[in-house]
Design a binder for this molecule. Structure first.
Ligand SMILES: [Zn+2]
Length: 189
């Protein structure tokens, strides 16, 4: 077996049909609507799990990156929607930190992050985390969110990251239900 020297993570082909990269986003509702729509399209088009994320510049409302869950198509357990959005945003700004240039950026996610993504949120340098569906909503259809505790969120808050939850929870949870009802695979290791 040859050594693997590169790992590729791609967004689905349909991304540019759904995402308007020129649009300016004015409020949390508009931003979360994009994250939830990404999660829904990922289910409807069969390109991954029922999770979507987007990263914006807080002040300008400009979209920096999007992510959808790519675990199964990429054979990559780390390719959660949040991590994909973070990795693309870091490439976009050409830094391992989304705060290195002093611009505040924010991560919107259709579901509260798992243990990996909550850590990834901390390391990414985003200054705001906004979530729709709850970790319990994800657990209810079989996903294991890992060791995410109230103290985990407190750690982020103490580190200067504003956390907002339950924005468009019902809409995001409906996507989780859509995935479960469609027989979507629950791919926990
Ligand atoms: Zn995750």
């Amino acid at each position: 077996m040859a050594a693997v020297k590169n790992i590729t993570i791609t967004l689905p082909e349909w991304i540019n049909e759904v995402v308007d990269w020129q649009k300016t986003y004015h409020n949390d509702q508009e931003k979360m609507a994009l994250a939830v729509e990404l999660s829904k399209q990922n289910v409807l088009r069969g390109t991954g799990g029922p999770f979507g994320s987007a990263i914006f510049a807080c002040d300008s409302g400009k979209l920096i990156s999007v992510g959808v869950n790519r675990v199964m198509p990429m054979h990559n357990s780390a390719a959660h929607g949040e991590m994909v959005a973070i990795m693309f945003a870091e490439q976009q700004v050409q830094s391992f930190s989304l705060h290195a240039d002093g611009v505040k950026r924010e991560l919107f996610t259709s579901c509260e992050p798992c243990a990996m993504c909550l850590g990834g949120t901390l390391w990414s340098g985003v200054k705001r985390l906004v979530c729709a569906a709850t970790a319990d909503d994800a657990r209810a259809i079989g996903f294991d969110e890992g060791p995410v505790e109230a103290s985990s969120y407190q750690y982020l808050t103490d580190a200067g990251i504003e956390v907002v939850r339950l924005v468009q929870r019902d809409e995001a949870n409906a996507v989780l239900q859509l995935y479960a009802n469609g027989g979507g695979e629950i791919y926990n290791g």
